[in-house]
Design a protein around this ligand. Structure first.
Ligand code: ATP
Length: 232
């Protein structure tokens, strides 16, 4: 029997993966791909931050990080790259991006903000973080080195995050399609101890980064001499 065709990307829950992507790597790409599969997402939008508010200045420019995201997503029809945060003159606050996407896509489309466990733990430091649940569901993946997720959450979350999560937890990804926003769904991905800081460090110290990120991005980093100098 022929495989069921994928639903068009204009219907079904839309995944959103924001990040500094300095550079984008296989941890990000597997996170997006495994979220798509596990949660039944129609597509995943990769959203490079223009000016990330929670960290120092990225080592590569916003345009370079956008170019690397485009290279990395080439060939996966379920991945889209959203340049709105890169083009904006202001800091990249996720809540503002979600507000804009909600206005663009209408009130009914389920939106799913995809976060690694480290980003999820840090949510209470984000601008208007409690409003995120008004605009999107949140899907949280495990990440090596960070607290486990799922049923053990109540013991590991900060009290304010635990309070905001109360009553939102769902272990059934099918729930994401039945409401536009407001639920939290943990899911398991292949644990990959890859980080952008590790990659920047390897390049700076003259080591190979092959097989940690797509070859096209490895070539871009070499061609533009990214991450070669001091600083991380
Ligand atoms: P850096 O090392 O510079 O802090 P990073 O590798 O954590 O960067 P970000 O661009 O900050 O990458 O991450 C964007 C999102 O991807 C975050 O939600 C983060 O939790 C998630 N993420 C990144 N790498 C992984 C990974 N290996 N496994 C699971 N989630 C990841």
């Amino acid at each position: 029997m022929p495989a069921e065709p994928r639903p068009p990307a204009t219907a079904g829950p839309l995944g959103l993966l924001g990040g500094t992507f300095d550079p984008i790597h296989l941890g990000h790409l597997r996170l997006a791909e495994e979220a798509r599969e596990a949660l039944g997402l129609a597509a995943v939008r990769l959203i490079p931050a223009g000016q990330p508010p929670h960290r120092g200045e990225p080592r590569s420019s916003a345009d370079q990080r956008l170019a690397m995201a485009r290279l990395a997503s080439t060939g996966n029809p379920a991945f889209e790259v959203d340049d709105s945060e890169v083009r904006a003159a202001s800091k990249s606050y996720t809540v503002l991006t979600l507000e804009r996407l909600r206005a663009e896509l209408g009130p009914a489309r389920p939106l799913v903000l995809i976060l690694g466990a480290d980003a999820f733990e840090g949510l209470p430091g984000w601008h208007r973080w409690q409003a995120l649940f008004d605009f999107a569901h949140i899907a949280v993946a495990n990440r090596p080195g960070y607290a486990p997720h799922g049923r053990r959450w109540p013991a590991t979350l900060s009290p304010e995050l635990a309070a905001a999560c109360a009553g939102r937890h769902s272990s059934d990804p099918a729930d994401l399609a039945t409401a536009p926003a407001g639920r939290i769904v943990p899911f398991d991905m292949t644990p990959l101890a890859i980080s952008a800081s590790l990659i920047r460090d390897l390049v700076r110290t003259g080591h190979s980064v092959r097989y940690l990120l797509p070859d096209s991005v490895v070539d871009y980093i070499a061609a533009h001499h990214l991450y070669e100098g001091n600083g991380n």
